[in-house]
Design a protein around this ligand. Structure first.
Ligand code: 13P
Ligand code: 13P
Ligand code: MG
Ligand code: MG
Length: 367
């Protein structure tokens, strides 16, 4: 059996008409470079796409996770595409490239990535999720439902291969520490953490026993890395499907409810995470609402078969309709919380300046 690594590496390096879509010219840069890398056997296979203003490189290769070659290749592609974005005068050209020099690994450099190195099964189905106008914690709720909720994943109850449950690796982004918790035994502890998705993020999920990787989520926290607003860290995730992992439909089921996530306009508002097709991955209303695309692949000897645009299915139409209703309702709150994020979470704020300007006009009163 072959070991193969699936890497999904993404960055916003410039977009058309605002934080909207990646124009074809940039996709072309990525496709041409990856075709060349494939010809030279630096990678086995690839698929290039975009979700909103994020350019997505989906690659298979033999170099393992955190490979300097693969991260370096992606960095070069993002730099090349940034050059084109600047020539075209696109908005936010180079937005997610936080450093001028690549130092071996993309961690802390701006681009987001999810990677899994696996022993390929005879049939190896998996899903790549890509979201725009939100943050990595947006995947907490779906990951919990997929791997821990028996009302979502029937297999947890009725399949002997899933009945033991899964292990969650949770990252505390403030402390830069991870903790492994076991479901169902520690389910309430898991929920106590991941219900705060701005701080505790489901980073990986493993099977019990052999501890095989079942899922990975990108967890680069751009705003913390840069210490200032440089673009919300729109996340990606890889989830393996079938046999000892949840069935495809169990993986997609959570997206039939557009849960509320942080992001949307100026990275400073709550909105519903709308499941969409690639064609509809064009956030526009109030720069959103936030959205998620799911692409289904198989991989065989590293070669990618597919994809299928999974959330384009009509069975998600109702979720989209409800998401639009939620969006209408939330928008009527304008600048009020909880539509607008709390002061600690906003990517933009004028509050310090407003307070400074008004400091002499605040008068002591009896309360
Ligand atoms: P600018 O302040 O650069 O126009 O960006 C605003 C914006 O589009 C953020 O959502
Ligand atoms: P992106 O993070 O997708 O670039 O969007 C930024 C933003 O502020 C949109 O309003
Ligand atoms: Mg952008
Ligand atoms: Mg984006």
């Amino acid at each position: 059996m072959a070991r193969v690594t699936i890497s999904v590496i993404k960055a916003d390096i410039g977009s058309l008409a605002g934080h909207h879509i990646v124009p074809d010219q940039l996709l072309e840069v990525a496709r041409t470079s990856l075709a060349e890398a494939k010809r030279k056997r630096d990678i086995v296979d690839f698929y290039v796409t975009a979700v909103g203003d994020d350019l997505q490189l989906i690659m298979t290769h033999k170099k393992g996770e955190n490979s300097q070659d693969i991260h370096g290749l992606s960095w070069e592609i993002f730099k090349k595409a940034t050059k084109v974005a600047k020539e075209l005068g696109l908005y936010g050209a180079g937005q997610d490239l936080l450093s001028d020099a690549f130092s071996g690994n993309l961690r802390g450099m701006g681009p987001g990535f999810a990677e899994i190195e696996i022993e390929e099964r005879p049939a190896e189905p998996f899903v790549v999720f890509m979201a725009d106008k939100t943050e990595p914690g947006a995947f907490n709720l779906p990951m919990f439902k997929i791997f821990a909720d028996p009302f979502n994943t029937a297999g947890l109850v009725i399949s002997p291969r899933l009945h033991e449950g899964f292990i969650f690796e949770i990252l505390d982004v403030h402390e830069g520490k991870v903790v492994e918790l076991s479901s169902p035994e520690e389910m309430y502890d898991i929920l106590a953490l991941i219900g705060t998705p701005g701080r505790y993020i489901v980073r990986r999920v493993y099977t019990k026993g052999e501890k095989e990787v079942a899922a990975a989520v990108s967890t680069t926290k751009l705003s913390l890395i840069a210490g200032k607003y440089v673009g919300k860290d729109d996340p990606v995730a890889i989830v393996r499907a079938q046999s000892k992992f949840p069935a495809l439909g169990e993986i997609l089921e959570p997206f039939a409810m557009s849960h509320l996530v942080a992001g949307w306009m100026r990275g400073s508002h709550h909105g519903p995470l709308m499941p969409v097709s690639l064609t509809d991955a064009r956030p526009s209303r109030f720069d959103g609402p936030p959205r998620v695309v799911g692409l289904g692949f198989n991989v065989k000897n590293g070669k990618l078969i597919g994809p299928s645009d999974l959330l384009s299915d009509v069975s998600f139409d109702r979720a989209r309709a409800i998401a639009n209703e939620i969006a209408d309702y939330l928008r009527r709150h304008g600048p009020f919380m909880p539509h607008r994020l709390g002061p600690d979470e906003m990517e933009y704020t004028t509050l310090p300046e407003v307070l400074k300007k008004l400091q002499d006009r605040f008068k002591e009163v009896e309360t």
